[in-house]
Design a binder for this molecule. Structure first.
Ligand code: ADP
Ligand code: 5GP
Length: 197
């Protein structure tokens, strides 16, 4: 059986990563979404174990000490990490895995798992990004500013990614990401072993 592949989506806060990830999952129930751990407080509508595992700082430190994370990073005042076990189990079952993580975490995974595919999601413009982030209404104005500043700082790193997708409409972004997933499974390294000789 083929092993699943790891796909990482990264991009500035408010660009629509969560929205696009939700739409991808709805179109392909076999895709496994990696539920991260975080120390930030839940937003309205977010539930524990579905959007995130919401941990105290102490619990987060314990998970680190127990080596439960594939990667972890600090982001605008909070900690975030990818639990290793579920991701590996899903890939062993042949499922593709989708990670919505920030840029330091993506760099850590690139070191450990160089075959993970990194997709940068960009907004159509910075004005539109600000509109989306403000429109979501989940952060204070100071936090919105910090997140926008962080997004602009990190934009330089986008050129090192494997793919660059502009989230103009959700449908368009989803179609491009699905095309990337299909193409990645057509690489010789993925396919040659499937042929009897
Ligand atoms: P992220 O997970 O990257 O922080 P979200 O998925 O929470 O971003 O999206 C931020 C806001 O932008 C949400 O209110 C969402 O509904 C909206 N949004 C996402 N994608 C689009 C899009 N293509 N066009 C317009 N609004 C969008
Ligand atoms: P938010 O607070 O808006 O949900 O997420 C803030 C940032 O943390 C986003 O860029 C998101 O991709 C990132 N993030 C979410 N989970 C993880 C994770 O497990 N590891 C890392 N490194 N970043 C994460």
């Amino acid at each position: 059986m083929r092993r699943g592949k790891m796909f990482i989506i990264c991009g500035p806060s408010g660009v629509g990563k969560g929205t696009v990830a939700g739409a991808l999952m709805a179109r392909d129930p076999d895709l496994y979404f990696s539920v991260s751990a975080t120390t930030r407080t839940p937003r309205p509508g977010e539930s524990d174990g579905v959007h995130y595992h919401f941990l105290t700082m102490e619990q987060f430190e314990t998970w680190i000490a127990e080596d439960q994370f594939l990667e972890h990073a600090a982001y605008v005042g909070n900690r975030y990490g990818t639990p290793k076990k579920f991701v590996d189990e899903a890939m062993e079952q042949g499922r593709d895995v989708l990670l919505d993580i920030e840029i330091q975490g993506a760099a850590q995974i690139h070191e450990k798992r160089p075959d993970a595919v990194r997709i940068y999601i960009a907004p159509p413009s910075w004005e539109e990004l600000e509109r989306r982030l403000l429109g979501r209404g989940t952060e204070s104005i100071e936090k919105v500013r910090s997140r926008l500043a962080r997004g602009k700082e990190e934009f330089n790193a986008a050129k090192d990614f494997d793919y660059f997708v502009i989230n103009d409409t959700v449908d368009h972004a989803v179609e491009e990401i699905q095309a990337i997933m299909t193409a990645e499974h057509c690489r010789p390294a993925e396919r040659i072993g499937m042929i009897d000789r």
